[in-house]
Design a protein around this ligand. Structure first.
Ligand code: 4AD
Ligand code: MG
Length: 479
């Protein structure tokens, strides 16, 4: 393919070259005699300035060069006299490919709120902010595959429609072809799923982990990267009903190996963004500073690039849940009753206010919390010798809270079976899972990274709805 995108043109800076560029008009300004068109094709945050002398173009052409219009400009690349760009295009010919009526096109060159842009999510990638976010999102996807490929992991596509509830949390979207207004019933009056498409009750996956484990028990190092679905009614800036998750699973790994992998992985991804997305990061850093300029100084975030460097270069703090509870319980915050959910002691589930206190106030570094009480974690996590805690780990990030959740897995068949019974997980439907404990079972561990939470952190955005192309949240499924 010919390298004729704006990113290539600006990089090559070939003064004198005769070229044609196509893109969308960001702005047009100028005088009666000359127009300066900022043209962008989404390949980079930077616009190419197209200079159009009025004497070469009639009003018939110029009047259609409005924000949002698609045009093709042909001419000579010349050195730019304006600041901030090395070259500009002296247009000899301009073709209007697609008009954008300025009275109707919703995205005008002014400051739009992110809330408004969510309503026009089909057009928001035309803005500088969103195209920067989605270029970074792409680079991170690429980096994830790179990271695992370089380390001998195989990517496994786990199913999207399943009959299991991997997390045992029951927050699933049902998949069915049964007629909603005329459901077949069994003799006992229950819905008769034997008449459903798959002959049983099915749902969208909440996690690829269980199927991932089957492959780790055969190919040693695997990872999944797919969409996951949660019907939890959490209307927060950190939750989506449809999100993407990366789940590595490794045979012969224990919890420490798992923590090392998680830390290396996150630091690699952040460094990759710093090395490959600097233009976009600089833009987003300015955007964030602009957004926060009216906040009191102590409530502003750390400058974006500095924050990313800090996390990439500093070891994460590791501590057990029990240690964390002690710190929280004895904190001024808790003693003064400033937590909405007071810390009573061992067994309290950590809320985001507690996680943020630990990460942002106490340690000011990413944190890996381990060994949670068994009651607040999933059935598959390995029981510790104290019989109270499990070999779980959560990675907590500033501003984000939990970015990774994982564990060493229970590989002992008898222990796993009794945990499943305690937690009402139907063992008869999960014999396939238990088989990996029956035949060649071994120690293994893995984790899940919420992809959008990573993108949120790297871009410095505040709401998860702004880092996925078309967010799905309670009462919202547009586009
Ligand atoms: O902690 P979770 O529920 O863990 C699992 O699903 C395990 N099966 C992972 C594993 O061990 N293989 O989810 C993992 C991560 C969370 O840490 C969070 O980053 C993200 O997925 N996540 C969400 N992201 C956006 N919206 C939601 N509703 C999310 N729920 C979890
Ligand atoms: Mg979790």
């Amino acid at each position: 393919m010919k390298k004729n995108q704006i990113i290539d043109i600006l990089e090559s800076g070939q003064v004198g070259a005769e070229i044609t560029v196509k893109g969308w008009v960001r702005t047009r300004r100028g005088s009666k005699n000359v127009s300066f068109i900022a043209l962008n094709d989404g390949s980079t945050i930077n616009n190419l300035q197209v200079v159009a002398d009025a004497e070469n173009f009639g009003e018939e052409i110029l009047k259609h060069i409005n924000t949002g219009a698609a045009i093709a400009a042909t001419g000579k690349l010349v050195e730019s006299t304006g600041s901030g760009q090395s070259v500009e295009l002296q247009a000899g010919k301009i073709e209007i490919i697609g008009k954008a009526d300025p009275d109707k096109y919703p995205i005008q060159p002014k400051r739009h709120s992110l809330e408004f842009l969510r309503e026009v999510a089909h057009l928001r990638p035309r803005t500088a902010t969103y195209s920067a976010i989605f270029r970074i999102r792409h680079k991170l996807i690429f980096a994830i595959h790179n990271f695992f490929n370089e380390r001998g992991f195989y990517n496994i596509h786990t199913p999207i429609v399943t009959s299991s509830d991997a997390e045992g949390a029951g927050e699933m979207f049902r998949v069915t072809t049964l007629p909603m207004n005329d459901l077949p019933k069994t003799e006992e009056g229950q819905i008769d799923y034997s008449e459903d498409f798959f002959g049983k009750s099915t749902n969208l996956t909440v996690s690829g982990q269980l199927e991932g484990e089957l492959f780790a028990m055969a190919m040693s190092r695997i990872y999944t990267f797919g969409p996951t679905f949660r019907a939890e009614n959490s209307n927060t800036s950190r939750h989506l009903a449809e999100f993407w998750m990366i789940e590595p699973e490794v045979a012969f790994f224990d919890l420490n190996d798992n923590m090392d992998l998680a830390e290396e992985f996150l630091q690699y991804l952040i460094r990759y963004a710093l090395d490959n997305c600097m233009d976009d990061l600089q833009f987003l850093s300015k955007r964030l500073q602009e957004e926060e300029k009216n906040k009191p100084a102590d409530q502003r975030s750390m400058e974006l690039i500095e924050k990313l460097r800090f996390v990439a270069d500093n070891e994460f703090v590791r501590l057990t849940y029990t240690e964390a509870i002690d710190i929280l319980k004895n904190s001024k915050q808790n003693k003064k009753g400033k937590f909405q959910y007071p810390i009573k002691g061992f067994g309290t589930d950590l809320q985001s206010e507690h996680e943020r206190y630990l990460v942002e106030k106490k340690f000011q570094k990413p944190l890996i919390l381990t060994d949670y009480p068994k009651e607040i974690k999933a059935f598959y996590m390995r029981m510790n010798d104290d019989n109270k805690t499990v070999a779980a780990m959560d990675v907590l990030f500033p501003q984000i809270g939990e970015i990774i959740g994982g564990s060493q897995r229970e590989e002992r068949l008898d222990v796993l079976e009794s945990r499943m019974e305690e937690m009402n997980i139907p063992a008869d439907e999960m014999q396939w899972y238990l088989d990996t404990r029956r035949f060649g079972g071994c120690q293994h561990a893995g984790f899940g990274l919420g992809f959008e939470r990573l993108v949120l952190f790297v871009t410095g955005m505040g709401n998860i709805r702004d880092v996925i192309p078309f967010p799905r949240t309670p009462k919202n499924c547009e586009f």
